[in-house]
Design a binder for this molecule. Structure first.
Ligand code: PLP
Length: 406
């Protein structure tokens, strides 16, 4: 039989967070090494537990969750999502505006498959959560990266966005709070982003999965509330991060704005949703309780709470390393430090991360894996307990010292 090759569609698709760096980590593990994996924002392996009510809900509903559901998701969960946005400034959110998915990831790929025609340009932040770039490419579109400004707390550079708009530009992706930078966008910046979308007739895709992970009084505003009635906005969120159940695969997308102009698109999205039958049904049952119940994430994001303390510790320790500067995260689960190229002349940051892994048995992700153009950043997940995090950053500091001396 002939050799079977992957499709040409995949040729330019990358998802480095789980790419060659992870393969190398797994090879080392197979050799017997213990690797501390700080490449994926997955709370469970670091001792975080889901709220009890969520697990009780899922267990309780298992017997009645054996069949397929409506392909958009169960009615009670979609209603809960609509009500959540109604009470957060979107009075017009309706159950029919909500689609549930196996995590935000599935919804991103479904929405882009439905929306993008060959050659459409989609504005995506740099750095980004790389699924966005990969899913645009896989849908036949062209991701066009706009710069977020490290010197301005990683806020999006509005002038850069404006300069990259062409007649082929169809949508603007916003990730707020941001992975990998931890930035939370100001109201002025959100207004600026919406204004660009309005003037250039762009749809907004707003990924808000970290909306509840906010530090030091940072306030998150739903882009959709800024976009109002005349800019079509798709808001993505889910249970993975605030409710610590990445593995249950449960997320949603809400359509808002001039929905009457999106009828054809929504028919297409329903078709795509039908084709994958429905999202995992037991996990859909957790949504209503999660959104309506006690928000235990609030205990994690204040001083003394693990999300907060670990993020602040990581930020401080990283900034103490010579030649390293890191913008303090205002939310999410990551630090995205810069390695001064004068001190660390890195040509290939994926190779650099692999060398760090081999030498110190710590896995982080290289900045170019987030579509950052220069090989001078890496992303660290701030999920380990403080003693483990201290040890890990200590080993990174050792590696960097050796790198400087070499
Ligand atoms: N969007 C962003 C910005 C993320 O960081 C992640 C996961 O890390 C996702 C989406 C995917 O989330 P889910 O587990 O809901 O698929």
């Amino acid at each position: 039989m002939r050799a079977i090759k992957q499709s040409k569609k995949l040729r330019d698709v990358r998802y480095d967070v789980r790419g060659p760096i992870l393969v190398e980590a797994q090879r080392l593990e197979a050799e017997g090494h213990r690797i501390l994996k700080l490449n994926i924002g997955n709370p469970a392996p670091f001792g975080f537990e889901a709220p009890q009510a969520i697990m009780a809900d899922i267990v309780h509903h298992l017997p009645s969750a054996q069949g397929y559901s409506d392909s958009r998701g169960i009615y009670s969960a979609r209603t809960a999502v609509a009500q959540y946005y109604q009470s957060h400034g979107l009075a017009d959110a309706k159950v029919d505006d909500v689609f549930l998915g196996n995590g935000v990831s599935e919804l991103i790929t479904m929405v882009l498959q439905t929306f993008v025609d060959d050659g459409n340009e989609i504005l995506v932040p740099a750095p980004d959560y790389p699924l966005w770039t990969g899913a645009v490419t896989l849908s036949g579109g062209t991701p066009v990266h706009y710069r977020c400004d490290e010197d301005n707390g990683w806020q999006p550079d509005l002038a850069d966005i404006e300069s990259k708009i062409t007649p082929n530009t169809h949508a603007l992706v916003i990730i707020n709070p941001n992975n990998p930078t931890g930035a939370v966008y100001t109201t002025e910046v959100l207004q600026g982003l919406v204004d660009i979308a309005r003037r250039h007739d762009l749809v907004i895709f707003s990924d808000e999965i970290y909306e509840k992970i906010l530090f030091d009084g940072a306030e998150h505003q739903h882009t959709a509330t800024v976009a109002g009635d005349d800019v079509l906005c798709l808001t993505f969120s889910g249970l993975s991060k605030a409710y610590r159940v990445c593995g249950y695969r449960s997320g949603w997308v809400l359509v808002s704005g001039p929905k009457h102009l999106a009828r054809d698109f929504l028919e297409g999205l329903t078709l795509v949703a039908n084709m994958r039958m429905c999202p995992n049904v037991p996990a859909q049952h957790a949504i209503q309780t999660a959104l309506g119940g006690y928000q235990s994430v609030d205990e994690l994001i204040i001083p003394g709470g693990r999300y907060y303390d670990q993020a602040m510790l990581a930020d401080r320790l990283l900034n103490e390393i010579p030649g390293v500067s890191s913008v303090r995260p205002r939310g999410a689960l990551y630090c995205f430090p810069r390695l001064d190229p004068e001190v660390y002349p890195i040509a290939d940051d994926q190779q650099f991360v692999i060398e760090l892994l081999r030498a110190k048995k710590i896995l982080v992700t290289h900045g170019t894996g987030f579509n950052w153009p220069d090989p001078d950043h890496f992303r660290l997940v701030t999920l380990p307990e403080v003693d483990v995090l201290t040890e890990a950053i200590g080993r990174i500091a050792e590696f960097l010292e050796e790198y400087r001396a070499a």
